[in-house]
Design a binder for this molecule. Sequence first.
Ligand code: COA
Length: 222
Amino acid sequence: MFIAIQRAVLHNGCMDLIMLGAGGHAHSILDALAGTQIDAFVVPAQDVTSASGLHRKVLEESRFLATHRTSARIANGIGQMTPRSARGQAFDRFRSAGFEFETIIHPSAVVSALATLGEGAQVLAGAIVGPGASVGANTVINSAAIIEHHCSIGANVHVGPGAVICGDTQIEDHCMIGAGSTIIQGLHVETGVQLGAGAVLVSDAHRDQILAGVPAKPLRVD
Ligand SMILES: CC(C)(COP(=O)(O)OP(=O)(O)OC[C@H]1O[C@@H](n2cnc3c(N)ncnc32)[C@H](O)[C@@H]1OP(=O)(O)O)[C@@H](O)C(=O)NCCC(=O)NCCS
């Protein structure tokens, strides 16, 4: 309900909607916004020229922060391939400057009425978030991923396309869960874990571990 109201306000032109980033993830977010108008794309100085070739109105980030009203809402179009990446840093920077982030659900995603999504969470095409699940701020549940019932997913997590997180699993902040991986029910994944594409996690994962394979094992100890 809250999200539907927000979209209506944005649609009526009462608030600007600003996209952070202009690359691949930004295009997935454009798709999820299903025609909602983006007022500007905001990128770092080094990306202004390439982004201007793709989009109509592109602004350099520091100029935007110095000049724009914080009533504008932000869609985070920056992707996340590793823990503690530019995506989370941008979220913190813009929150500190007083901006709020749009929570985005693709029209084809299914989010239980009994699930909760944090500010700026994104649930992309075909993904499912089950009853009793919670998804933290700025977390991406990518295309066709499944978050089963009563999972707790932290902030700044990326659950890759097609990953399956079985029920009652807890994933702490800043994790990267690879495409097509599976986490069996009830596990605890500590902060900063990277789980490789296609892995099957069958036991708890510890802080900052990188795991891959079936069953998943540590790739190396840093
Ligand atoms: C697991 C992962 C994080 C490791 O990345 P990395 O630390 O850069 O590792 P490297 O590419 O250096 O590979 C190290 C070794 O692990 C192997 N490996 C890497 N990823 C693997 C995976 N998913 N499954 C099995 N083995 C894997 C490599 O073949 C390599 O083996 P070798 O030492 O015998 O040659 C990464 O490969 C991965 O799977 N990321 C998820 C990508 C994804 O899902 N993206 C979604 C985008 S939307």
